[in-house]
Write a new protein. Structure first.
Length: 351
């Protein structure tokens, strides 16, 4: 499958965006992630894949991708000094050259206008130093409903917390100048007991910097992170407490913890069932459905995607060799739904 690339230029007044993807043994996901990072209405300044001692074919796959698509602004970096997400993330952020630094995971599927939206956030709001948006599980049913639910929960949580927006690691962006301010302050967490994205958020907020939330900054993520034991999930939840204890001045009741506890049982139960229902662990069919939905959503929001060569062929190709695919292929939003008034972005509120 040939990648479909976005516009080769960015309007002069728009800030350019680097996308950083830390990876470790992501041979099954990295191609789809790169495809979606490059199928954008505005081309990213660069897409940096930072490999961290992968023992599978991740590096070879990225190298082959770069050979097959020499026009794509992809950089492959190696962080071999230390195992872990934080040093790998930091390595990528420190080597990025864009005005804005986007950070996503290797299983992320970005909405086709993600780069354009992120650039617009930081271009239009000179005080914004960090940004995040809603996510949905693209390999689970009821994706549209889940996206709306995620957006609603995050808005409620941020407002209840006085407007202090915490960035979500799978879908976040930083102004490059803001990262330089906190790069030497963020916790290294060598014991691996914290949430690195919340730590970054609290360092930004601790400096009085503004973080914002936009419902248009949409990213799809895999529900595989919920396909784990309850003990592992409890350890994941303990990271919230550990992170806030490292920032006692920001300690508060974090309402998203309770939400995740409620989400875990049904996500944990549904994910393996849904994968078995599709009779395949290969995520491509779900990715294709996700991307098709997001292309139509972007169009309904006014984005012109006509200059993405091959886009029609890609989104119109529906998998037919998977039992039950018609039942899980959701309808496109209606005109009434797409024209409904949208709430304003939530940003850090002054007391």
């Amino acid at each position: 499958m040939n990648a479909v690339y976005g516009r080769t230029h960015i309007l002069e007044h728009m800030l350019n965006v680097s996308i950083i993807i830390p990876t470790w043994n992501e041979q099954d996901r990295i191609t789809d992630c790169l495809d979606n990072a490059l199928r954008q209405t505005v081309m990213p300044h660069e897409v940096i894949v930072v490999d961290n001692r992968s023992t599978d074919n991740t590096v070879a796959i990225v190298q082959q991708y770069m050979q097959e698509h020499p026009e794509a602004p992809i950089r492959l970096l190696h962080q071999d000094e230390e195992q872990g997400l934080i040093p790998t993330r930091n390595y990528g952020l420190n080597h990025a050259t864009g005005d804005v630094l986007g950070r996503v995971d290797a299983d992320c599927m970005l909405k086709p206008d993600w780069v354009e939206v992120v650039s617009g956030i930081f271009t239009e709001d000179s005080e914004a130093m960090g940004a995040t948006g809603p996510v949905t599980y693209y390999d689970m049913p009821a994706r549209r409903m889940a996206l709306r639910g995620d957006d609603s929960v995050r808005r409620h949580t941020y407002r209840a917390d006085g407007g202090e927006v915490l960035l979500f690691g799978s879908n976040m962006a930083l102004r490059a100048s803001a990262w330089k301010l906190i790069a030497n302050e963020v916790c290294l967490d060598k014991e691996d007991v914290m949430h690195e994205d919340i730590d970054v958020s609290l360092h930004l907020l601790g400096r009085g910097l503004k973080t914002v939330y936009s419902e248009r900054m949409i990213c799809g993520i895999s529900a595989r992170r919920m396909d784990t034991s309850f003990k592992s999930f409890r350890n994941y939840m303990k990271r919230f407490k550990n992170t806030f204890e490292a920032h006692p001045q920001h300690w508060r009741s974090h309402k998203s913890e309770r939400t995740l506890y409620l989400m875990y049982p049904w996500l944990h139960a549904l994910f393996p069932v849904y994968q078995q229902y599709l009779k395949a662990k290969d995520i491509n069919p779900a990715v294709r459905m996700w991307f098709r939905e997001q292309v139509n959503l972007a169009r309904r929001e006014g984005d012109n995607l006509d200059d993405l060569p091959g886009i029609e062929e890609f989104i119109s190709e529906v998998p037919t060799d998977i039992d039950g695919i018609s039942e899980v292929n959701e309808d496109i939003p209606t005109d009434a739904e797409s024209e409904a008034p949208q709430p304003e972005p939530v940003s850090k509120m002054s007391n």
